[in-house]
Design a protein around this ligand. Structure first.
Ligand code: SAT
Ligand code: MN
Length: 587
């Protein structure tokens, strides 16, 4: 046995001694194993089979009602020095955190089965991919990890192979405990490549390959090793000439990343031959290639998407892929046992997400953060290059948030440093993906606020460090689909029509269109955005492309105060860039 497998066995033994499960199961990822687990969960009531005629092999899971979203206040990064976690993270000293977690884990799997899940984040043969092992007592977690990662024997073989090359795997220990919010923590030990999560069964808290590994731990590794682990979708845009360019885009949770990744071109574009290819909808690992470009993979194998709002109108690709082999969590059901959520035009809920008879007075039928888990391969727009071992080359990086006011529909950074400032200054109104108030504007640099596994000041410096001689870095843009007019209505139609903005972005990448230079960056000339036929009020178009100098002076001031909150660790180059913009706004 290789020393890596010995180390893994030792860790599994150690965990079993601590948690005292009745049984230990090593997951091989086979279909037979999945069927057995499903049967077990159905028998226990953890999964409810949905209508087998309309939704073959689809199941509903109802979570505990106080376990429906990520819990940022209980998510900690445990580095020896508090400063290394930074003001952007909750922190605890590693020894104290281990003691706290081990006390929670002691005996917690008595009467339960402990599952050992070897997994690979990214295509199994890609050098950019990384492996981990999650130990959990939740069959629901196993079923979700099976869809979201490459899980089982192939991953175990890679772990063994990489052990011989001295490459470690990430260790994640998870127990649902008693699902008691008072006894819940998600702890990260980046220097030990270790995660300990207790007391929640919810996606981002429990599927440890996702936010915990692929973002918090991976961002830390990426800084050490010279790559980027980002909260970004990856989408390929094919023009009528048959050329495909790839765009990576960062938006906070529940701001439409899945919809953008699966966009259906508006009819005119479709007829002209435009196509959109989905590579990923949530996480992007990018690494500089020998040619100087950034090459990206999606480390995930599935989509864990927000159900409410997903419809034939907003995301037909998603709706189609949800017709079979899907796990739904916290949606409502109709009388004929089909899944239902707010935003679906047809069907009537009879049971709400908690399984109660549906009554409008009880609030939405589906939980606002209810989710689907589905294999990426089920998506009709899934890119034929999504599993390429070398990844796909990124031409443009797009940052975006939910901003009712001030921020224009689209603008382009002057250069990389300006682009990093734009990413660092991102702000967005909060959503239901995390517990807490919804709709409050907060700074969410690169949409990584809940996911950056180290000090944001160091993270900004890491981003700046990619600007090397010979680098062919992507152009950087900022978009805002969520601008509202004085009547409180959205000014921009969004969804498929966002391709009109992506088209301008790609023209800028090619250098085939001029732009309007402003203090905050390059904006489209109204005539260069293909909005004819959208029926937009021309006044609204100019509002969408307007730079409100007074508003931006305030914003730039707030960005300065925000950078100051990282003290010495905030790169001087960002301060200088901010000052340059502040000066330009005076003209
Ligand atoms: O954290 S999850 O991955 O479960 C969902 C999200 O917040 O993006
Ligand atoms: Mn996300």
């Amino acid at each position: 046995m290789s020393s890596q497998l010995e180390a893994l066995n030792r860790w599994v033994d150690e965990v079993a001694r601590l948690t005292q499960p009745d049984r230990i199961v090593w997951c091989d990822g086979s279909d037979a194993e999945a069927r057995q687990l499903n049967d077990l969960m159905v028998a226990r009531g953890d999964l409810i089979p949905l209508n087998a005629n309309t939704h073959p092999n689809c199941f509903l899971h109802r979570s505990s009602k106080s376990d429906v979203a990520r819990v940022e206040h209980l998510t900690l990064v445990c580095t020896p020095e508090r400063e290394d976690a930074g003001p952007n993270n909750h922190w605890m000293a590693p020894a104290e955190a281990h003691a706290k977690m081990d006390a929670l884990f002691a005996g917690c799997m008595k009467g339960r089965t402990m599952y050992v899940i070897p997994y690979c984040m990214g295509p199994i043969d890609s050098p950019i991919s990384r492996c981990g092992v999650e130990i959990t007592d939740s069959p629901y977690v196993v079923a979700n990890m099976r869809i979201m990662t490459r899980m089982g024997s192939a991953a175990l073989a890679r772990i063994e192979r990489e052990g011989a090359q001295g490459k470690p795997f990430v260790k994640g220990l998870h127990s649902i405990g008693e699902l008691d919010p008072e006894r819940r923590f998600i702890m990260h030990f980046p220097e030990e490549l270790t995660i300990k999560s207790f007391g929640s069964g919810y996606g981002g808290n429990a599927l440890l390959g996702k936010k915990c590994h692929a973002l918090r731990i991976a961002s830390y590794q990426a800084r050490r090793e010279g790559w980027l682990a980002e909260h970004m979708l990856i989408v390929g845009i094919e023009n009528p000439k048959g050329e495909t360019k790839y765009v990576a885009a960062a938006f906070p949770s529940a701001c439409g990343k899945t919809n953008l990744a699966m966009l259906i071109p508006p009819e005119g574009y479709r007829k002209a031959g435009w196509k959109v290819w989905t590579v990923g909808d949530d996480i992007c690992w990018m690494t500089p290639g020998a040619d100087g470009r950034l090459w990206a993979i999606n480390p995930e194998a599935g989509f864990f998407g927000v159900a409410p709002g997903t419809s034939q109108k907003t995301n037909p690709n998603a709706l189609a892929m949800l017709g079979h082999d899907t796990i739904f969590t916290n949606v409502a059901v109709t009388a004929d046992n089909n899944p239902w959520w707010e935003g679906l035009p047809d069907g009537t809920p009879v049971k709400d997400w908690q399984g109660r008879d549906y009554q409008p007075g009880n609030g939405p039928a589906a939980h606002p953060n209810s989710r689907f888990t589905v294999a990426a391969k089920q998506c009709a727009s899934f890119s034929p290059h999504a599993e390429d071992a070398k990844g796909v080359p990124i031409s443009a990086i797009v940052f975006g948030g939910r901003r009712e006011s001030l921020v224009p529909l689209v603008f382009q950074a002057r250069d990389w440093t300006h682009g990093v400032l734009i990413g660092a200054a991102m702000a967005s109104e909060t959503t239901a993906a995390a517990t807490g108030a919804v709709g409050v504007v907060r700074r969410d640099p690169m949409a990584m606020k809940p996911f950056c596994g180290y000090n944001y000041g160091d993270y900004f410096a890491h981003w700046l460090s990619f600007d090397q001689p010979g680098a062919k870095l992507p152009q950087v843009f900022h978009v805002n689909w969520f601008r509202k007019g004085s009547d409180g209505k959205f000014l921009w139609p969004g969804f498929g029509d966002n391709l009109r903005v992506l088209e301008w972005i790609l023209k800028r990448v090619e250098g085939s269109t001029a732009a309007h230079d402003t203090a905050i960056g390059h904006l489209p000339h109204a005539a260069d955005l293909d909005v004819a036929g959208l029926g937009l009020d021309p006044h609204h178009v100019s509002e969408l492309l307007h730079v409100d100098a007074e508003g931006w002076k305030r914003e730039i001031g707030e960005i300065g105060a925000y950078l100051d909150s990282y003290g010495e660790r905030a790169p001087a180059a960002l301060h200088r860039e901010r000052e340059r913009i502040a000066e330009a706004l005076k003209d």
